[in-house]
Unconditional design. Structure first.
Lengths: 556, 318, 324
């Protein structure tokens, strides 16, 4: 073959490959260009469009906090149901009421807590006169009505709206498409709104602190229905300055906020990166969580980092649930035997390095109704064996599988340890099955699992949020399929009990009975372990997702 | 060369068929799993009635074939790949573009280094064939190829970041930052052996060619012969093949390095999209890589045909 | 894994003619190579450790002792213990067993049976059979392997599991549903599904060059049927391709298991596998304080893969006369 032809062909191949790469780059660059256009359309003062200026702490000025974050899914408060999205939504948006750091309800867009009618059904809110959206437009009662109705409308496609707003009279008519207006929402004048609920439920205000009840800008949504969340015009203390998927999010203080200009001007969330501790040591981030295996070293007082270390309990419980409908866990004795045969203290000490405490009940410290006395089963293998031999499955134990969510490789060593305890003490070889969160939750829904390892994080600090939602026989979230008329009756009475003390006592009663019946095996409460740079003041780890950056000061 | 032209045209004509079958199969498989995006993103909230209402909004209640038809029409007529269920306010090309761009830049250094080491090593090994140096050099790099990225990356992070604090422990700060060092090392070293072996084989072929013999006969010194004549003829085919095949591996290439180091590239994102059943995003990624695969392979075939006219294509020969 | 993407096998020279002997001669040449023998020895040690795991390992793979968490090397535990106080050495030996089961099953199906049958058929019968097999291969080949494996695992696997669990009244299905057999089976099934394409294409082109050769024509003239021609006459001459493919495949599957398990779709715990061991040991803090938890499985896997790589190199040499 002639040499020139050969060269030409090689050239052609090279051109084809280069063209391929070129197309790639073009697609990519084109994608970038599009994005800039859409955000420019809303006249944003973009700081800089340059590519590679993200080299951490170097250029940080006072008043900027740099931390690790996670990509939110969708910054529409009506739709959000995940903690990742909520963490940003509570800063960018706000509602009539909010939770403060002690989890007390405080007025937010409302100038004071609402006046409640004598029958406990009608709540009247007065909206602050200086409350404005980020574009300066005042927030009116009509905006609140619009936001709540929009959250409920089927087109909004929110799966949580009914859960949080369903107590309002007429809410379900809207969510089921039977009406467009919620009859229980009444605008009295521009700054007054009246909300009527279907029964005197003392926890209703808590439900309004959830993002579903936050105010959104009707004009912006109608002008740009699909993309308004990329630059939302909210009412919270911060505006969304920048969001590069998987790279970073920047929140900028809204100085005309109705509660005063936030002290912290900029919060920068780094959405990618490796080991947080190393990045913290390098000064690239100001706050980091501490993992189990670094904990011992850092808790040692001689460690340099020890002064920057703190721990905060979270309202979160790790537990093992039994499906009370399937063998062998339809027999309470089997459940009790399983609960008695695991040495949780040992696991906490050895495997969890004392990072988190053993649970002494279902309700966590900080939740109203929590008591410090030991309510769970102790470690007693002999008693466990005895109960097992008395159970109806003593001689014909079926195969048992423990399910847990898992997305990253291996089962936690905790689960493996638990399973080993059952093998050693009860002689039962429990299999472990990991499932993707989606699979897991739909399988749990259908009662496919015999037992499962799971956690529960409180949405609002009221026992109703865990006991009623998870153990009421007709609740959608009742994944243990537990049915007990006595418990049902207690839960129903607690719902509308107006005397707080009596109400909490009822919940404590329910908690004790549930544990005795071993529906759940409470394992551990959760704790946040973190390092905070000494130049950051006013930072705390709230036990739940609440607005938290406004009062922080950074003096590098 | 008729065979080649016909072959190229046939392959190009078959591309839409491939994409159609691939898209339908993927579409079907994604929707086969238990649960769907609506129920996955709802975590604890299990309100099947509410889920059904939302599914209706997204057309997920229709039969799969009907859903596929709607999707196909949108893609074919409007270039609209459908909504991402995870990031609902973004178009899929806007989501994938920056990720692909990151991975592309990441692999660029890795290739440069792998070539810079692999080609000289391969040529040297060929020239030194029969001595201990040939198997030794190839073996050294085969060893690097044998260590999984899951081992190399954590060790590099421990030494270079956690102990020495020379480089950040992960992330991506652009092409000219220290964050490139660990991924470049982890991605380039395992690739050297493959390139070296290829370069060695090509060089062995070239060494027997007439023009090399002529050059030697002319009395040119060995170095000149190798650098002028042999190298040029070995480098081009190797680079073409490797670059072509590596474009194919763009999605998977840096998957583990990206995942461990928390780099926002397409590999890591693909894993997330699959495990969270973000239907349309998964589908788009699969179609993207399938197209890339077919085109890049075609380019490599053309290149190989140019290099070695003995290779023939298609069933029509003989 | 860049390495995987790059390992397009070099074209093999056609080995024409007489059945049996060239392959045998090449293999004898292989045994003359010191590196090849050494690699074979390493592989043999690894495989026998895996096969006889329950005899060799001093402890069970899930035998825990919470009083002995994270112990360093000692006489009782030569490589120390892990977080749950389990013996690192034993867990690695049982992980080798997992690797052996998965890779042998996968390679038997995806590296030998499927590519041989399909490649021989496509090359010999040509026409519509060839077109269907090769186009199917092309489409399967165009799919991005790892993402597809992940996808199939997250969607199909639960389906199959559910189906097996629901009908667990029957004994044979019960066995499948409740043992780890299913995990192994699913992995090897999906891997071989995507794995046959490469070698069958090589086999096909080899057959294409042979099918008009004299000895095949002679066989056809004497009235031999398709099956006989395929397996008596064509099979011997494609053996080199199969042998090289098996050697490469065994290594590749061992590597892929690690990848899949890291991504959470491979071997399910508490069964140990190298993927799980490496993932556990790779966290920065664990690596810093207990490096043996990563280094022991890493060394075992790396030496196995290294041996397969060297062996593959040697095999290429002995089967490719030109490179001599």
């Amino acid at each position: 073959m002639n040499n020139r032809l050969q060269l030409a062909l090689i050239g052609a191949a090279a051109v084809l490959i280069i063209a391929l790469a070129g197309v790639l780059v073009f697609v990519v660059a084109g994608g970038d260009g599009d994005k800039k256009e859409t955000t420019n359309g809303e006249k944003t003062p973009t700081a800089s469009a340059t590519e590679d200026n993200g080299d951490g702490g170097g250029e940080a000025s006072d008043g900027e906090l740099i931390i690790r974050g996670t990509d939110p899914l969708f910054l529409d408060p009506a739709v959000a149901q995940d903690a990742d999205s909520a963490a940003y939504i509570v800063e960018i948006f706000s509602g009539l009421v909010r939770l403060d750091k002690d989890l007390q309800i405080q007025p937010d867009l409302a100038e004071a807590l609402p006046t409640v009618s004598a029958d406990g059904l009608t709540y009247t809110f007065t909206i602050r006169r200086n409350a404005t959206f980020h574009d300066g437009r005042p927030v009116l009662a009509g905006d609140v009505k619009y936001a709540l109705e929009r959250a409920l409308q089927p087109e909004t496609a929110s799966v949580v709206a009914e859960n949080f707003l369903g107590d309002i009279v007429g809410a379900k008519d809207v969510s089921r498409g039977r009406a467009t207006e919620v009859s229980g929402l009444k605008v009295i004048d521009d700054s007054t709104i009246e909300i009527t609920i279907d029964a005197p439920k003392p926890y209703f205000l808590y439900k309004l602190t959830y993002p579903t009840g936050f105010v959104v800008d009707q004009r912006q949504i109608e002008a740009n229905p699909r993309r308004w969340t990329q630059k939302p015009n909210g009412t919270g203390p911060y505006t969304l300055e920048e969001w590069r998927l998987g790279e970073r999010i920047v929140l900028q203080a809204y100085d005309k906020h109705y509660l005063g200009a936030p002290k912290l001007k900029t919060v920068r969330f780094e959405l990618s990166g490796g080991s947080g501790l190393v990045a913290y040591q390098d000064g690239d981030i100001d706050i980091t969580g501490v993992g189990l295996d670094d904990l011992e070293a850092i808790q040692d007082a001689s460690n340099d980092l020890n002064k920057e270390y703190s721990q905060t309990p979270r309202q979160s419980l790790d537990y093992i649930g039994f499906n009370t409908n399937t063998p062998p866990f339809d027999d309470a004795k089997v459940r009790q035997a399983f609960a008695l045969s695991v040495d949780r203290t040992k696991i906490a000490e050895v495997i969890l390095k004392r990072a988190i405490p053993v649970a002494n009940g279902i309700l966590m410290p900080g939740v109203p109704g929590y008591t410090t006395d030991e309510k769970t089963y102790p470690y007693d293998p002999d008693e466990a064996k005895k109960l097992l031999s008395e159970s109806k499955y003593a001689d014909n134990m079926p195969e048992i599988t423990l399910a847990e969510t898992g997305a990253g490789g291996t089962v936690g060593p905790t689960t493996e340890a638990i399973v080993q305890y059952w093998k050693d003490n009860l002689g039962i070889d429990v299999k472990i099955q990991q499932a993707e969160a989606g699979t897991f939750f739909s399988d749990i829904d259908q009662g496919r699992y015999q037992m499962f390892h799971l956690g529960w994080i409180m949405d609002y600090p009221d026992p109703e949020d865990i006991l009623d939602i998870l153990f009421y026989s007709k609740s959608r979230q009742n994944n243990t399929r537990y049915t007990n008329p006595e418990i049902d009756a207690l839960l129903e009475s607690a719902r509308v009990e107006q005397d707080t003390e009596k109400r909490l006592a009822t919940y404590q009663d329910v908690e004790k009975k549930l544990i005795q019946d071993a529906v759940w095996m409470p394992m551990f409460y959760d704790v946040t372990h973190a390092l905070v740079k000494p130049y950051v003041t006013g930072f705390s780890f709230p036990p739940m997702v609440i607005e938290r950056y406004r009062d922080i000061e950074v003096n590098r | 060369m008729d065979g080649l032209a016909a072959y190229v045209i046939r392959r190009l004509l078959f591309l839409p068929v491939t994409l159609l079958i691939v898209s339908f199969a993927t579409f079907y498989i994604t929707r086969w799993g238990p649960g769907d995006p609506i129920s996955i993103y709802s975590g604890h909230y299990r309100d099947e009635e509410a889920f059904d209402r939302v599914r209706e909004q997204y057309g997920l209640d229709k039969p799969i074939v009907a859903q596929y038809g709607i999707w196909l029409e949108r893609v074919a007529l409007h270039g609209d790949f459908g909504p991402s269920f995870r990031y609902r306010d973004r178009d899929i090309p806007d989501i994938l573009g920056p990720k692909i761009w990151v991975s592309l830049r990441l692999s660029l250094y890795a290739f440069l280094i792998a070539f810079a080491i692999g080609i000289p090593v391969g040529i040297l090994a060929a020239v030194k064939q029969g001595t201990w140096l040939d198997p030794f050099m190839i073996s050294v790099f085969l060893f690097f190829q044998s260590i999984p990225a899951l081992v190399t990356v954590p060790v590099l992070v421990l030494v270079l970041s956690a102990k020495l604090h020379w480089v950040p422990p992960g992330g991506f700060d652009g092409m000219f930052s220290k964050s490139m060092i660990i991924p470049t090392l982890a991605l380039s070293l395992p690739g050297v052996a493959g390139i070296a072996r290829l370069a060695r084989a090509t060089t062995l072929g070239t060494l027997g060619e007439d023009f090399v013999r002529t050059a030697r006969a002319k009395g040119l010194d060995e170095f000149t012969v190798i650098s002028r004549h042999v190298a040029r003829n070995s480098v081009v085919p190797v680079m073409t093949t490797v670059i072509g095949l590596s474009l194919v591996g763009l999605v998977e290439g840096a998957l583990f390095t990206e995942t461990i180091l928390g780099i926002p590239g397409i590999g890591r994102f693909t894993v997330e999209a699959v495990t969270t059943q973000d239907y349309n995003v998964v589908l788009t990624i699969v179609l993207f890589s399938a197209t890339l695969f077919v085109l890049a392979n075609l380019a490599v075939d053309i290149a190989l045909a140019a290099i070695d006219p003995r290779i023939r294509f298609g069933g029509s020969n003989r | 894994m860049t390495a995987l993407a790059l390992s397009r096998e070099p074209e093999l020279e056609p080995i024409s003619g007489v059945a049996g002997s060239p392959t045998a001669r090449a293999l004898r040449r292989l045994l003359g190579k010191r590196i090849a023998v050494l690699s074979l020895a390493v592989i043999a040690v690894f495989y026998s450790a895996g096969i006889f795991a329950s005899l060799v390992a001093p402890y069970g793979y899930s035998e825990q002792n919470l009083d002995k968490s994270f112990e360093g090397p000692s006489l009782a535990h030569p490589f120390g213990t892990d977080r749950n106080g389990r013996d690192t050495l034993s867990r690695n030996i049982f992980a080798a067993r997992t690797t052996v089961i998965v890779s042998v099953a996968t390679v038997a199906a995806g590296g030998i049976v499927l590519p041989l049958t399909l490649g021989l058929l496509a090359g010999y019968r040509r026409g519509i059979v060839d077109a269907v097999i090769m186009r199917t291969g092309e489409i399967l080949g165009a799919l991005p392997g790892l993402p597809m494996l992940l996808l199939v695992n997250t969607t199909l696997r639960p389906r199959i599991k559910t189906w097996l669990t629901d009908t667990s009244g029957q004994v044979h299905v019960d066995f499948l549903a409740n043992s780890n057999f299913l995990d192994y089976f699913l992995i090897f099934f999906f891997l071989s599904w995507f794995g046959w394409v490469g070698s069958s294409r090589l086999i096909r082109s080899q057959v294409l060059t042979l099918r008009r050769s004299e000895f095949i024509i002679a066989a056809e003239a004497s009235g031999a049927g398709t099956v006989r021609i395929l397996f008596r006459h064509l099979l011997p001459s494609v053996m080199p391709i199969v042998i090289v493919g098996v050697s490469a495949g065994l290594g590749a599957v061992a590597g892929t298991e690690i990848a899949l398990t890291f991504l959470g779709v491979g071997i399910q715990p508490p069964h140990p596998s190298f993927g799980a061991l490496i993932t556990d040991g790779a966290s920065r803090a664990v690596l810093e304080n207990h490096p043996q938890l990563l280094l022991v499985p890493a060394a075992m896997v790396a030496s196995l893969l290294f041996a397969f790589n060297l062996l593959g190199d040697a095999l290429n040499d002995v089967f490719t006369p030109r490179a001599r």
